[in-house]
Design a protein around this ligand. Structure first.
Ligand SMILES: *[C@@H]1O[C@H](CO)[C@@H](O)[C@H](O)[C@H]1NC(C)=O
Ligand SMILES: *[C@@H]1O[C@H](CO)[C@@H](O)[C@H](O)[C@H]1NC(C)=O
Ligand SMILES: *[C@@H]1O[C@H](CO)[C@@H](O)[C@H](O)[C@H]1NC(C)=O
Ligand SMILES: *[C@@H]1O[C@H](CO)[C@@H](O)[C@H](O)[C@H]1NC(C)=O
Length: 553
């Protein structure tokens, strides 16, 4: 009996030992990885057989690259001292490390050099050039599986957008290396490639999407980028110093394949209405204008509860699919201000059933088919001023983690105008320039005032800045009647809007009526313009618009 107890005690003891070892093993696997990757990498090199001492990202990559045992690591932007820390000296037939050499971008180069206010878009002239961002000799690094890069974070704060040329260079070097190595086996056979970024600010989210982040541990960020999207980004010009091409000039075959794909309901034009019915007529005319161009894309309108049921009927009749959202307050806008709820636009990133979305403001009209802009990556847009894009038309790629990131940043990152445009320009500092004719801004400062009645007929879209056409009499652009708004005045653009109106179905026109208040406002401005004897003399024009007699409530 005693013997038997002893025996079972022994068994229990052995079992406990096994359990303890197992727990320890599990503990090491899951918690050991939280240590600094640098040190862990060193440990690994001393004891190549102890798999649980590998850095966690290294494990992850080995797990993912099933079978492909050999791992070649490229090191980017690490100084001599750091290289010795990151270099793997272990079993050469398993891991190989190379240092990637490239010339640093000239220190005199500033962000503005890559993002000029204006470029010459005349295709008859020599295309504008961009300053050089040196790249490594990619043919020497065609077989990497992992690129480890230290990202410069100088001057980085979470409050301000990051406009650092060297940071851009490092990100582009990594992207180019990954694309080169990932596609080295041929156009269809892709090598699995990974990026590890070291630095508290991480890589540029414009190039390395949060969707591709496998893991973040402290200052280390492990990405497995989707090569197709990354390839498109490295084909973009380094800044807005040139017009972007959808796939680079050479990739015609793919472009044609995309062109031939007739109906793609995974892509949509999306607009957002919130807070009132003021832009309903604009959105109706917009839908009609897009349909006129034989677009094959979905039309989706996001609205909050302040858009009336009657308006929604009109919007749906005009061609929009509608979807209700909750509006988003701009954290820095004054209560009751005109842009208090402009961050509602950020909801477009939640439309993840769409592969791509072209956001379009309701005060635009489309005149020429522009479905081709769907070929561009996020964010492609037309220029506004300084280094900034205009958020009236933007190509975006819906993504849940991007939306979450934007919401978090919205409380920290400021906006120069309190609106979404200022905010988005701080988050997406690296953007791609679409030709201005995609989002022709109806804005004529002193230097361009002669252009205001010479609006080309082949524009893709006009952005009706200032007072909206449906808030004026159709006889002339009522921006003329207010001195400060004359920069927005163009009778030619105004007329083009009313041409679309004229082609609308009769049952849609009542949504563009004048309310007594709007009518009263127009008359007031006309009186003031007359009193001031504004020299353009639009206030002298006899009004024939029948809407002035058929006011709607
Ligand atoms: C390196 O690894 C390979 C494959 O696992 C093995 O065959 C070889 O013996 C190792 N060499 C050394 C020096 O450890
Ligand atoms: C749209 O398609 C119709 C019918 O195929 C055609 O007659 C019309 O010219 C097209 N419009 C545009 C703007 O391409
Ligand atoms: C904000 O939204 C309002 C109403 O939709 C619009 O009139 C205004 O231009 C927007 N402001 C900015 C800065 O985007
Ligand atoms: C007009 O052009 C001149 C010279 O190109 C420039 O210096 C000036 O700033 C411009 N004025 C405006 C209002 O843009």
């Amino acid at each position: 009996m005693a013997h038997k107890t002893l025996h079972s005690n022994q068994k229990l003891f052995t079992l406990s030992l096994i359990l303890l070892s197992l727990s320890l093993l599990i503990f090491f696997i899951f918690f050991g990885s939280k240590n600094n990757v640098v040190n862990r990498f060193k440990v690994e090199t001393d004891q190549p057989n102890q798999f649980f001492t590998n850095p966690r990202w290294f494990d992850l990559i080995q797990e993912e690259s099933n079978g492909d045992k050999k791992i070649k690591v490229g090191l980017v932007n690490l100084n001599d001292e750091e290289v010795s820390q990151y270099e793997v000296h272990g079993n050469g037939s398993l891991v190989d490390t190379v240092r990637v050499h490239f010339d640093r971008v000239s220190k005199v180069r500033e962000w503005n050099d890559f993002f000029p206010v204006w470029i010459n878009e005349d295709s008859n002239l020599q295309p504008p050039t961009c300053p050089e961002i040196p790249m490594p000799r990619l043919e020497e690094y065609w077989d990497l599986s992992v690129v480890v890069a230290k990202v410069p974070c100088d001057g980085w704060t979470s409050e301000a957008g990051m406009r650092d040329v060297f940071r851009l260079q490092v990100n582009l070097v990594v992207a180019n290396l990954l694309v080169r190595s990932g596609c080295a086996k041929g156009p269809d056979i892709k090598r699995e490639v990974y990026a590890v970024f070291i630095g508290h600010c991480g890589p540029m989210p414009e190039i390395f999407r949060c969707d591709d982040l496998l893991r973040k541990e402290g200052d280390h960020w492990v990405y497995k980028p989707e090569l197709k999207r990354l390839k498109q980004k490295v084909l973009m010009p380094p800044g807005t110093c040139q017009i972007a091409y959808p796939f680079g000039k050479t990739d015609n075959a793919r472009e044609n394949k995309l062109k031939n794909r007739q109906f793609n309901h995974r892509e949509a034009y999306v607009t957002v209405l919130h807070s009132s019915d003021a832009y309903v007529c604009g959105a109706i005319a917009l839908a009609q204008s897009i349909i006129r161009t034989n677009s094959t894309k979905d039309l989706l309108l996001l609205h909050d509860e302040h858009v009336s049921p009657r308006s929604l009927t009109g919007l749906r009749t005009a061609g929009w699919k509608t979807r209700q959202i909750e509006r988003i307050r701009s954290p820095f806008a004054k209560k009751g201000s005109y842009n208090e709820w402009n961050y509602s636009k950020l909801r477009i990133w939640l439309l993840t059933w769409y592969h791509k979305v072209v956001f379009i403001d309701s005060d635009l009209l489309v005149f020429k088919n522009m479905d081709w802009v769907f070929h561009y990556p996020q964010i492609s847009a037309a220029g506004n001023d300084r280094t900034l894009f205009n958020s009236g038309i933007m190509v975006i790629e819906p993504s849940l983690c991007t939306f979450e990131d934007l919401m978090l940043k919205s409380f920290k990152v400021g906006s120069y105008n309190g609106g979404d445009q200022g905010f988005l320009n701080e988050v997406f500092t690296w953007w791609h320039r679409l030709p201005n004719e995609v989002n022709f801004l109806k804005y004529f400062d002193r230097n361009h005032s002669l252009d205001r009645e010479k609006i080309p007929d082949d524009l893709s879209a006009i952005h009706y800045l200032g007072l909206k056409p449906w808030m004026c009499y159709r006889d002339y652009d009522c921006n003329w009647d207010i001195k400060e708004r004359q920069v927005f005045a163009s009778d030619k653009a105004h007329e083009k809007w009313w041409q679309v109106y004229d082609e609308m179905a009769e049952r849609l026109k009542p949504y563009c009526g004048l309310s007594p208040h709007m009518n009263w406002r127009i008359k007031k401005w006309r009186r003031i313009a007359k009193k001031l004897s504004l020299p353009d003399e639009h206030w002298k024009i006899g009004v024939t618009d029948p809407r002035q007699y058929n006011l709607v409530q």
